[in-house]
Design a protein around this ligand. Structure first.
Ligand SMILES: Cc1ncc(COP(=O)(O)O)c(C=O)c1O
Length: 349
């Protein structure tokens, strides 16, 4: 049966070239630091991002967690966006496992924070307060439909944090979607950022893995936390091999996903009953609203047509990726139009 899986870009499978590289990967024991394929990936990633060092971790969640734990300690405060993945969707790990205080700050509709919001959130040095140690940014910003933070916005947020001797971490799970959208070198985007995570397993199509990058001392601390979290991964070159192929071959093609997302968004905007501001779509995440209370039936009917989205909610998200073609977008729009016709006519069961 036809399957158009728009739930997330995490559903992508490794390419043939990745599978071949995984099969042939030269291996060692990464806990001893002698897995040559992992070492090569980490060096290439660090160079690509303009950072001293990089570390392969199991997931984006683990990358963010080891980063937060490496910058802040029990009782320290970390400023996170109130709509950020770290705050909403990482199981409270930094608080549960590290004793960090996550302080949610107001995010604007483009996924960033005003300088005033940041400075008002940073605590004065006072023993009543948890000391503010780290500011976290997210680029692209998932919950605002994959909006891109641009370098001057980043620099202004970073400068407020730096004025208060705080470090800045970027959750760049979809960093390269932002980089490709802006047409810039990632080094330019990250020059003032202390640490960054990006995912190999999303649009870049690897089966597993994320990269964390920063200075050498930070990566040493992150490595220790990764070990403590049980992810000293031994012959992990089988995974790193796919990552090397991804960095070499999968970044520029993200542009196709953005083109498909735009087409999807403008198509959805033409279907009555759906609410979407298609002009705001910049990368591969398309969010829109269906009539209140109709999310359950609409997502079920999409599933019946072979179109997979996260079920049951009125705020729907469709994510484009390497396995979604132009024809898949046409079929999705056609199906959505039919379903919405039934919903509006009151014939949706
Ligand atoms: C912005 C953002 N950060 C982090 C993550 C976590 O990545 P993972 O699912 O690999 O843990 C995600 C996952 O979708 C994400 O969207």
């Amino acid at each position: 049966m036809l399957k158009i899986d728009l739930r997330s870009d995490t559903v992508t499978h490794p390419t043939r070239e990745m599978r071949k590289a995984m099969y042939e990967a030269e291996l060692g024991d990464d806990v001893y630091g002698d897995d040559p394929t992992t070492n090569a990936l980490q060096e290439e990633a660090a160079e690509l991002l303009g950072k001293e060092a990089a570390l392969l971790v199991a997931s984006g969640t683990q990358g963010n967690l080891v980063s937060l734990l490496s910058w802040a300690t029990r009782g320290d405060e970390v400023l996170v966006g109130d709509q950020s993945h770290i705050f909403l969707n990482e199981a409270g790990g930094a608080s549960a496992l590290g004793g960090l205080v996550l302080y949610p700050i107001q995010t604007n509709q483009d996924g960033f924070f005003s300088e005033d919001v940041i400075s008002q959130s940073i605590k004065p040095r006072d023993y009543h307060k948890a000391p503010s140690k780290l500011l976290c940014l997210e680029n692209t910003h998932n919950s605002t439909s994959g909006r891109v933070l641009i370098p001057n916005e980043i620099d202004s947020m970073v400068s407020v944090a730096k004025n208060h001797e705080m470090n800045v971490h970027m959750d760049g799970a979809r960093l390269f979607n932002a980089v490709v959208y802006l047409g810039i070198n990632p080094i330019e985007m990250l020059s003032t950022i202390d640490s960054v995570t990006f995912c190999l397993s999303k649009g870049l199509s690897c089966p597993i893995g994320s990269i964390v990058a920063g200075d050498k001392d930070f990566i040493d601390r992150a490595n220790r936390w990764r070990k403590m979290l049980g992810s000293g991964m031994r012959q992990v070159g089988v995974i790193a091999a796919a990552g090397r192929v991804a960095i070499r071959t999968m970044i520029q093609r993200l542009e196709e996903d953005h083109v498909n997302a735009k087409k999807l968004a403008y198509g959805l905007a033409n279907i009555s009953g759906l609410t979407i501001d298609a002009d705001r779509i910049q990368t591969n995440i398309v969010r829109f609203q269906v009539p209140t209370g109709k999310g359950g039936i609409i997502t079920e009917q999409l599933y019946d047509s072979g179109i997979y989205v996260n079920k049951g909610v009125d705020d729907l998200r469709m994510v484009t990726h390497r396995s979604i073609s132009n024809e898949d977008i046409d079929f999705t729009l056609l199906s959505m139009e039919k379903i919405m016709g039934l919903v509006i006519a009151g014939n949706d069961r």
